[in-house]
Design a protein around this ligand. Structure first.
Ligand code: XMP
Length: 319
């Protein structure tokens, strides 16, 4: 793709010029934007890029390992890996309010990130995978749940005490352009075409209190849902598809035993920008397989429901 090639060349030159021989820190999240930004900047300044990955324990199954594999092995970058799941979980203990969850996650993230960043002596720059819509949104959409965290994670979230200057090589691009850029830069397809995943991760899909046990149920369910969605070739047709663990239990029957277990809601939507979204008309047979597999294979779930609400007035996430 000629346009992307020339974009890469220009961006690489600009990054080189801006960063000179100085160190650049970048927060890798596993999402498309920070991944593409990392590869692009690495192409420009090589080992002067210091990617930091904060493992909050709230990611999807296998995602942290996949990130390590791609960046460390395939792309030969030295990623600093801060394993902090326990800090996040203890911060979230007893918390059920969605906005409080977001605030705590944002705060713990900043603390852990800053601690790692401080170890990189003499760093002058912080790179972020901010996109054009992030800039627009942080200006126009204050108050909404995603605006709050987006302003934290994507725009202006730099550790102020460190006085780092920002490098945002994707700030004039839209999501689809970033995906093309990622492909051009040789990022694997499963990373480039990943469905959007919220910064607070599975924590806002475990409705009610987030415990290690409930997280692990949802993580298994989520992996199973994605597996079926991919198997049926729906992954790229959907904006997002995931499970939500509800805070109520329901009665069921297994053999001749009464059960009293958790409920999973499956959420799958089509959208182009997340501002509006329609619930996906998934084939009933596919939903049937998902429901059977979830209930049979995952301990602690005895009922599955499908969310048939569109945005607006509902939101994509439940929290
Ligand atoms: P809603 O639920 O508001 O979500 O319809 C719109 C889009 O934003 C994502 N989302 C978030 N992303 N931090 C994020 O980084 C958040 O706190 C957050 N809340 C929602 C959501 O997944 C959807 O793509």
């Amino acid at each position: 793709n000629w346009t992307m090639k020339s974009f890469v060349k220009e961006a690489v030159d600009e990054i080189k010029e801006a960063a000179g021989d100085d160190k650049v820190i970048l927060g890798l999240s596993g999402g498309v934007d920070s991944s593409v930004a990392a590869v692009l900047i690495h192409k420009a300044i090589g080992k002067n890029l210091y990617p930091i990955f904060v493992d909050n324990g709230l990611l999807r199954k296998g995602e942290a390992d996949r990130l390590k594999e791609v960046f460390t092995q395939n792309l030969n970058m030295k990623v600093r890996y801060a394993k902090a799941s326990r800090k996040f979980l203890s911060g979230l203990k007893g918390v059920t309010d969605p906005e409080k969850k977001r605030k705590i996650i944002g705060k713990v993230f900043m603390d852990v990130f800053e601690e790692e960043a401080k170890k990189i002596k003499g760093a002058k720059f912080l790179a972020q995978g901010t996109l054009y819509p992030d800039i627009i949104e942080s200006v126009s959409a204050f108050g909404g749940p995603s605006a709050v965290i987006k302003s934290h994670h994507n725009v202006g979230g730099l550790p102020k005490k460190m006085k780092l200057k920002l490098i945002e090589p994707l700030k004039y691009l839209f999501k689809d352009e970033v995906r093309l850029l990622g492909e051009e830069l040789g990022l694997p397809g499963d990373m480039v075409w990943r469905q959007p995943f919220p910064g607070p991760g599975l924590a806002i899909r475990v409705i009610g209190e987030v415990t290690a046990k409930r997280l692990s149920i949802l993580r298994e369910v989520d992996a199973l849902i994605i597996e079926e969605i991919r198997k049926n070739d729906y992954y790229r047709k959907l904006w997002q598809s995931f499970g939500v663990l509800l805070p109520i239990k329901s009665v069921g029957v297994m053999g001749d035993q009464r059960t009293y277990e958790n409920i999973i809601a499956i959420r799958a939507v089509t959208s182009t920008d997340a501002m509006t979204a329609d619930w996906a008309r998934l084939p009933h047979d596919m939903l049937a397989v998902m429901s059977n597999r979830i209930i049979n294979e995952i301990n602690g779930v005895n009922r599955v429901v499908y969310d048939i609400s569109s945005k607006p007035p509902s939101t994509i996430e439940w929290e």
